[in-house]
Design a protein around this ligand. Sequence first.
Ligand code: KG4
Ligand code: ZN
Length: 358
Amino acid sequence: MRDSHYLHRMLILGLETSCDDTSISLVDMDFSNPLAPQSKVVHQLVASQTDWHQPFGGVFPEVASRCHMEAIRHTTETCLQQAGVSLKDVDGIAATYAPGLIGSLLVGLTFGKALAYAQKKPFIGVNHLEGHLNAPLLQEADIPYPQLGLIISGGHTALYHIKAFGDYRFLGGTRDDAAGEAYDKVAKLLGLGYPGGPIVDKLAQQGNPKAYVFSKPQIPELDFSFSGLKTAVRQLTDKMSPEKKQESSVIADVCASFQEVALTHLIEKTLKAAKEHDIPAILLTGGVACNSRLRQRMKEEAAKQGCSVHVAPPKYCTDNAAMIAYVGGRYLHLGKESPLSLNAVAHLPLNQNLSHVR
Ligand code: KG4
Ligand code: ZN
């Protein structure tokens, strides 16, 4: 074990390649208060693959890993250069090792391990979901615990009770589609392009949320479901004439009506969890946390229950390497490291940590 806990400042290089963004970040962490370190994102670069996946209406895994292979070295070098930082100045390297697309994960993980080996730097593998849950702390270091974390992205919809950094209990999750997946599928039904979330968000602002009535998903406990809602949108659009389906006011109304029900479902479950577990601080994270209406509604409705809502800026809600560097930095500071034999894992629950062996 290295004596990293004596360091008050650490500069961490983060690598995130679990899905379709090659993201590289440098995060400067100040551990004067080790339980709530202050961090500053020195620089972050994202090589987006959206144009490559657009024709498929979703992420094509083989294309994703090839794009990561092409982008990773150049993106890392450019990130360091633009920040005016040499690899020698870096105190530790963190890369996502799970969960995600296996071919994509392997690129960032292998590249990170190779850099760490060549530069004799400590290395740590980070769980992508742990990165998302900690993203709000990048800019708000001292959000009080316990926290309730809602991860809403293209691949995940889950609620976690966070008792302290590193202590996460799964409370509930989607039984079918993820929230972002539902946005993407509805956008596809309406011929709006990929990724659908930001487009539906924007169009919904001009639509009437009461124009069409979709019933709210009925699912017990703290679980979620979005596939029935998506089917209801499909049944509605199937009944429309091709001309009507192309009218911009109709599209905006469908987007607004779908979104209102989807967000009510997310908000009601989150507030139920906060009440049942007596948690006053709610953290929203993942791509869907960029949603403008969700941010506004969750803040208003949580305030009525005495809860505060914490959301990172959009660039730290979607997949990003800063959140991976942050989590990696915290573990490295505690003296934890991963062996260079650490492998990528496609499916891994958050409480099953394979990365800290030392
Ligand atoms: O966290 P993320 O970048 O990647 C995954 O780990 O999946 O999330 C991407 C998802 C996509 O489904 C995208 O449509 C959705 O987040 N998204 C949004 C918005 N921005 C991105 N959904 C709703 N409203 C938005 N403004
Ligand atoms: Zn993600």
